[in-house]
Design a protein around this ligand. Structure first.
Ligand SMILES: Nc1ncnc2c1ncn2[C@@H]1O[C@H](COP(=O)(O)OP(=O)(O)OP(=O)(O)O)[C@@H](O)[C@H]1O
Ligand SMILES: Nc1nc2c(c(=O)[nH]1)N=C(CO)CN2
Ligand SMILES: [Mg+2]
Length: 216
C-alpha cells in the first residue's frame, strides 16, 4: 500500500516523540539535501519507475541472515539494498539496482556500487546533516528523500528505517511483487536503540505489505 503524507504524518509524530527527534532539524536536513542536489546528477522519478514497474523486487535488509538468503535472488529481480546490505551484496558479486541509505552504511562500498551503476536514494534527517554535506557531492544518479514535508526535489514516500523506506519506495512504482530478505526483527545482537528502530520497521512493513509479511 502506498502512503499518503497525512497518514505518514500521524506515524511520524509518534516516531518523533518515541526518539525525541526534532521535526525542525529533519526539515533543515531536507533543505540542505535539496540544495546539494542542485549541483549533482539526479535520477528522475520516471527512471525509477522504469526500473521497478511490473518487475519482481527484492528488498535486502542487513540482518546477518542476508548472507544465507542472497542465493534466492534471481537475474530477473530488481535488487534494492538497504544501506549496509550493499556491502554484503557486493561481497557476493551482486550490484544493487537501487541503494536506500541515510549514509551511515559503509560509504566506500556505497560509492563503489554507485560507480558501477547503482542509483542511490539518500535520506535526509536531523542527525545526518554532516554526512549529507560530506558524501552527497561524490554521488551520481541520486534521489533525495525526507521523513518531514517533501520539497520539490526531496520526496517522502513514507517509511523510517532504510529497509522499510526501500519497500515504500518500491510500492510507489507499482512492482509485480516485493520479497524481503535479510530482515530479522528479533535480532538479539543489536543495540537497544537499533532494536527500537527495528520494532518501527516491523510496524511499517506490516502497514506497507499487509499483516503477516514480517513473520519468520
Ligand atoms: N537484524 C537487523 N539488523 C540490521 N538491520 C536490519 C535487521 N533486520 C532488518 N534490517 C533492515 O536493514 C536495514 C539496513 O541495515 P543497516 O545495518 O545497514 O542499518 P542502518 O543503516 O543503521 O539502518 P538505519 O539507518 O535505517 O537505522 C535497516 O534499516 C533495517 O530496516
Ligand atoms: N532524526 C533522525 N531521523 C532518523 C534517524 C535518526 O537517527 N535521526 N534514523 C533513521 C534510520 O535509522 C531514520 N530517521
Ligand atoms: Mg542507514
Amino acid at each position: 500500500m502506498q502512503m499518503r503524507f497525512e497518514e505518514w504524518d500521524r506515524i511520524y509524530k509518534r516516531i518523533l516523540a518515541d526518539f525525541s527527534f526534532s521535526r525542525s532539524r529533519d526539515e533543515e536536513a531536507a533543505r540542505v539535501l535539496s540544495s546539494l542536489l542542485d549541483s549533482i546528477d539526479q535520477i528522475t522519478l520516471d527512471e525509477l519507475k522504469d526500473a521497478v514497474r511490473g518487475r519482481d523486487v527484492v528488498v535486502c535488509g542487513n540482518a546477518p541472515r542476508l548472507r544465507d538468503e542472497i542465493g534466492g535472488i534471481t537475474p530477473s529481480d530488481v535488487v534494492l539494498a538497504a544501506d549496509g546490505a550493499t556491502s554484503v551484496l557486493l561481497e557476493h558479486d551482486v550490484i544493487p539496482d537501487i541503494i536506500v541509505t541515510d549514509l551511515d552504511g559503509c560509504m566506500p562500498d556505497i560509492i563503489d556500487a554507485n560507480r558501477r551503476g547503482s542509483a542511490v536514494v539518500v535520506h535526509a534527517h536531523g542527525d545526518n546533516i554532516d554526512k549529507l554535506k560530506e558524501h552527497v557531492p561524490h554521488l551520481r544518479r541520486v534521489l533525495g528523500t525526507t521523513q518531514a514535508s517533501p520539497l520539490e526535489n526531496v520526496h517522502n514516500f513514507g517509511g523510517f528505517t532504510d529497509g522499510d523506506r526501500a519497500v515504500f519506495l518500491a510500492l510507489e512504482f507499482m512492482p509485480k511483487s516485493i520479497r524481503l530478505i535479510g530482515f530479522d526483527f528479533d535480532d538479539e545482537n543489536v543495540t537497544p536503540r537499533k532494536s527500537k528502530k527495528l520494532r518501527w520497521a516491523k510496524v511499517l512493513l506490516e502497514i506497507a505489505l499487509g499483516p503477516g509479511c514480517t513473520d519468520p
